[in-house]
Write a protein that binds this ligand. Structure first.
Ligand SMILES: [Zn+2]
Length: 251
């Protein structure tokens, strides 16, 4: 008995196209033009249900109808579409995957904050003619503790390789901060080449960590942003401090 097949309502069609970013849903294909397919065939379900529908190019649609791609595989492709964009994880997404990505971002920002506080201490030591600027130690210590906690959290949510790579980044900063605290000349008399070497070393440790986090998430390293938008890329409001205007930059 042939049943009249109703048209897919426009809002539902739009939702399905948006779900795949207006590309064939098979990740290795992504071709256009596009058709809407029912995973369990229309003649059996006789209704348009988002969860049972997927957008395919004509070639993949034909292969699906022929059975080259079976129904379980097609449900698997549909399931893949539900995975969130790793670069836009919702703060309240309870999945372990989202938790790992958030811990990674937290680790990055706290490590950068720590690095900034160490740099500031180095400048303060270099500029100070009144002995060690002990007032600058507190922020470095606090940033170190927060970075330690972020490292542990990332290690806990990732696998062993993630934990090891995160610890390598942490240890690199700890060694540097210790050299500064101990006033080792090498921490203050670095040449431009030394700085370049250190920057490179630090970059490689972050890059290793990025690869491990992506491996744990089953992502290609290019699919996850290496660094979040840096703070200085954001439009931050100016805050005026004090009343004298002495420190305000002339513009
Ligand atoms: Zn296709």
């Amino acid at each position: 008995m042939a049943t009249h097949r109703t048209k897919v309502p426009r809002p539902l069609a739009r939702q399905l196209f948006v779900e795949v970013g207006h590309r064939c849903a098979i990740p290795t294909c992504r071709a256009t033009p596009l058709e809407i397919a029912h995973i369990v065939p229309w003649h059996r379900v006789q209704r348009h249900d988002f969860q049972n529908m997927i957008v395919l190019c004509p070639n993949c649609h034909t292969r699906f109808d022929r059975g080259d791609i079976d129904r379980q595989a097609m449900f698997h492709y549909k399931e893949l579409l539900r995975l969130p964009n790793p670069n836009r994880v919702a703060p309240d997404d309870p999945s372990p995957r989202a938790g790992l990505i958030r811990a990674y971002r937290m680790f990055q920002s706290e490590t950068i904050r720590w690095q900034e506080s160490i740099s500031l201490l180095v400048s303060a030591v270099c500029l100070s003619s009144f002995g060690f600027p002990t007032g600058n130690l507190g922020p470095v210590r606090i940033a170190a503790s927060v970075a330690r906690a972020a490292t542990d959290k990332l290690g806990e949510l990732g696998d062993e390789d993630v934990a090891e790579a995160a610890n390598n980044v942490f240890d690199w900063h700890r060694c540097w901060a210790s050299d500064v605290f101990d006033l080792l000349p090498s921490a203050f008399n670095a040449t431009e080449d030394d700085y370049e070497d250190r920057r490179e070393e630090r970059f490689m440790l972050f890059a290793d960590l990025h690869e491990e986090v992506c491996a744990a998430l089953d992502l290609d390293p290019t699919e996850l942003d290496f660094f979040e938008a840096r703070r200085d890329d954001q439009e931050l409001p100016k805050v005026s401090l004090g009343t004298r205007g002495f420190w305000e930059a002339d513009e």
